[in-house]
Ligand binder design. Structure first.
Ligand SMILES: *Cc1c(COP(=O)(O)O)cnc(C)c1O
Length: 391
């Protein structure tokens, strides 16, 4: 029995070498029902490598200029291995004597860039938005106001929290924001648009959803794009987007973390510390994030973001010289909306060669191609050539 729970250096090393060399063979059929007898660990590596490794979408491939999911640096792979071997539960100091400190430290490192005093990790900005809007409700907000840029998780949070949700056209509209939680989007999912961060000054609570664009705050050359974020009451940032982290990794940050955490805490007899936020048991997603920042520093990670921004700019320049292609607007935060002037975006997507990936979105009723600069290894020329070559 113990062998399954001990370090098996030989098979773990083989698992790592398979990461570089996994055979791209046909995926063996998985049993259709729960197997009674196991294959053993070694055979399981061979059985799963073709689908889990070779069969995965390569998010760092030159032709992948599509979604908000980034490739991840190898140090995060090592940390995921370590954290799964130790299986700490950050709910309780007994089961995570050091991992809780690591999360507190990485939040301490990042919160000041957003003018926030603290916060905690969540499995995504969906949960970060829910937690922030929950804190707003506890502070007295009864209505969530957002524009069409808002991510669907904002309406979902209002629904779950029993609050009204009022979608508005834009923040200029002369509407009363009494008793409202205003959710301002910094980096819209479809377009990358950064809404005015001084909007909604009359709201009871101002939450900035910076799930996508938040990491620009780490960059000397792009930080200014989010000036004003430091006056928010709360901020969401997804680390598994532009901080290049494995899923699930994000954070909710608060201007007044003591008051906000108190308002979203529950006690329990068996817990030494109150349970803060939406999650019960949760793991050490802060460890790969801290390791990435320790290994490469703010400047290293900002360099990947800056380079991605440059790739988005290069993509635009390449599209501009093609007579059959057009860009919708100058991209604000690395999301490029573009199209072929005579082929519908969905049709373009269906005709793409197998090594090129572009996502699509609908803006004001019109379909657009959407390329998100989450892959620092993307090749804009390859991607543009693939679309320009269609007819
Ligand atoms: C991706 C995204 C979310 C949701 O974040 P997850 O990490 O996928 O849960 C929320 N808001 C915006 C603007 C996003 O782009």
């Amino acid at each position: 029995m113990h062998a399954a729970f001990a370090v098996n250096t030989e098979q773990l090393c083989r698992a790592i070498s398979l990461m570089a060399t996994a055979p791209d063979t046909a995926t063996p059929e998985l049993p259709s029902g729960l197997p009674d007898l196991g294959l053993g660990g070694a055979q399981t590596l061979d059985a799963l490598a073709p689908s889990v490794l070779a069969g995965a979408r390569d998010l760092g491939a030159p032709g992948f200029f599509a979604h908000m999911d980034p490739p991840t640096p190898w140090i995060t792979w090592a940390m995921q291995l370590w954290t799964s071997s130790q299986n700490q539960n950050l709910l309780h100091p007994d089961t995570a004597p050091k991992a809780r400190d690591i999360e507190a430290r990485v939040i301490d490192w990042l919160a000041p860039s957003f003018g926030m005093s603290g916060g905690h990790m969540t499995p995504g900005s969906t949960v970060a938005n829910l937690t922030a809007i929950w804190a707003a409700r506890e502070a007295g907000a009864h209505t969530v106001v957002s524009t069409r840029n808002a991510h669907l998780s904002v309406a979902k949070a209002a629904h779950l929290l029993g609050m009204f949700h009022r979608p508005i056209r834009d923040w200029d509209a002369a509407i009363s924001l009494d008793g409202c939680c205003a959710v301002i989007t910094a980096g819209a999912t479809s377009t990358g648009e950064i809404e005015p961060l001084d909007a909604a000054s009359g709201a009871l609570w101002r939450h900035v959803d910076a799930a996508w664009a938040g990491p620009l705050r780490l960059s000397d050359s792009h930080r200014h794009l989010l000036d004003g974020i430091e006056r928010a009451d709360s901020v969401s940032v997804s680390a598994h987007k532009w901080l290049f982290q494995p899923k699930e990794s994000a954070m909710v940050l608060f201007a007044d973390v003591v008051a906000a955490h108190r308002s979203v805490s529950f006690g329990a007899d068996y817990l030494a510390v109150p349970n803060v936020g939406v999650l019960g048991s949760h793991g050490a997603s802060a460890v790969p994030l801290l390791a990435t920042l320790l290994a490469y520093g703010r400047q290293g990670v900002a360099g990947w973001i800056d380079h991605s921004m440059e790739l988005a700019a290069r993509l635009v320049r390449q599209i501009d010289v093609e007579p059959d292609l057009e860009v919708r607007t100058v991209p604000q935060a690395g999301v490029v909306n573009w199209r072929h002037t005579s082929i519908d975006a969905g049709e373009v997507q269906r005709q793409l060669p197998s090594d090129v990936f572009i996502s699509t979105t609908i803006i004001d009723g019109d379909p657009w191609l959407r390329s998100v600069a989450a892959n620092p290894m993307a090749d804009p020329q390859r991607v543009v050539a693939a679309v320009a070559g269609l007819s």
